[in-house]
Write a protein that binds this ligand. Structure first.
Ligand code: DOR
Ligand code: ZN
Length: 348
């Protein structure tokens, strides 16, 4: 059957995005606000967003970075450390400052050095969150140096997630940016208390793409892209309609200088074409009819929020992803699929 040339869906939300700070924040927030109504804002700034006061200040800077006519809502998260005070989390949730808490294993990724060293250190926080029904967002990778980078997510399930979910049976958890069939299977087995975000880039690239004709630093992110069968499992999950799976771009800008380096940073900047990239992936498997559930309905349902009332319309129209974005004279950022043609475009 020929697929239609327009698609109208409820306005989507991004359940995982890095907006950064300072000059980068001021330049990039508009990309996320273009199509998304709300977004879960990652707290891995320098210094990290660990308190209500820091989150309120950051939320204000985000608001100031938005175009005047925007009604985009940032949903703030608290960066969990071994020292986080459970009362700070409770107050932050009850006062509407924190929507969720982010659990980075110490050393797992960008600015995660002050993350959690062991689940045993945060049991007081997890008890409070379980009582509040407040979501815990996990970067699901073990950090042990003897574990192969491609196995870090699978091993995280056995070593961290299964024991934690068993010790805190009512805790709501989001397994962020999943990349493996093992994660898909595990999320499916846990019912409504465990959700998962899936990025557009993990639906579109596999590990071979990082080495196509040479090393491609702009395709390096964490968790690193896995082999073909895993991408197939992610596509199948995202387009299945299963409400455990929802949109989270993990759009994570770094300057070209930081990416094209002897030790390049992890992160893919997908915000400028986020919804279009998901449409591209869903279209490739003839599942555009499943985009609305994944992008606009499943996430709010998990977070206990209403779906957005407004809609957006995508049209089938070839367009080229811009080659780069200039932040200032010194900083330039390359978007995911820069210079490539996408087949769907969100109407302004
Ligand atoms: O690729 C990534 N980049 N993965 C993360 O977990 C963090 C992010 C960043 O902040 O750059
Ligand atoms: Zn992230």
């Amino acid at each position: 059957m020929k697929s239609p040339n327009t698609l109208t869906i409820r306005r989507p939300d991004d359940w995982h995005v890095h907006l950064r700070d300072g000059i980068i924040l001021n330049t990039i927030t508009a990309h996320t606000a273009r199509c998304f109504q709300r977004a879960i804002i990652m707290p891995n700034l320098v210094p990290p967003v660990t308190t209500r006061a820091l989150a309120m200040q950051y939320r204000k800077r985000i608001a100031e970075s938005l175009p005047d006519d925007s009604n985009f809502t940032p949903l703030m998260t608290c960066y969990l450390t071994d020292e986080t005070d459970p009362q700070e989390i409770q107050l932050g949730f009850n006062e509407g400052i924190f929507a969720a808490v982010k659990f980075y294993p110490a050393g797992a990724t960008t600015n995660s050095a002050s993350g959690v060293s062991s689940v045993s250190k945060i049991s007081g926080v997890l008890e409070v969150m379980q009582d509040l029904g407040m979501p815990l967002l996990v970067h699901g990778e073990v950090t042990d140096i003897d574990i192969d980078i491609f196995d870090r997510e699978e091993i995280y399930i056995d070593r961290v997630l299964i024991p934690m979910l068993s010790d805190f049976p009512a805790l709501k958890v989001v397994f962020e940016h999943i990349t493996t069939s093992q994660a898909v299977d595990y999320v499916r087995s846990q019912g409504s208390r465990l959700g998962a975000t899936i990025t557009a880039h993990h639906l579109l690239i596999e590990r071979n793409d990082m080495f196509k004709g040479g090393i491609r630093p702009h395709l390096y992110c964490l968790p690193v892209a896995k082999r073909h069968a895993h991408r197939q499992a992610l596509l199948e999950a995202a387009t299945s309609g299963d409400n455990s799976f929802f949109l989270g771009t993990d759009s994570a800008p770094h300057s070209i200088v930081e990416k094209e380096s002897a030790c390049g940073c992890a992160g893919i900047f997908s915000a400028p074409a986020a919804v279009e990239l998901y449409a591209h992936a869903f279209d490739q498997v003839n599942s555009l009819d499943k985009l609305e559930a994944f992008a606009s309905l499943n996430g709010p349902a998990f977070y206990g929020l209403p779906a957005n009332k407004e809609t957006i319309t995508l049209v089938r129209k070839d367009w080229m992803v811009p080659l780069s974005f200039q932040v200032d004279e010194a900083v330039e950022i390359l978007p995911f699929m820069a210079g490539e043609t996408l087949r769907w475009r969100v109407l302004p």
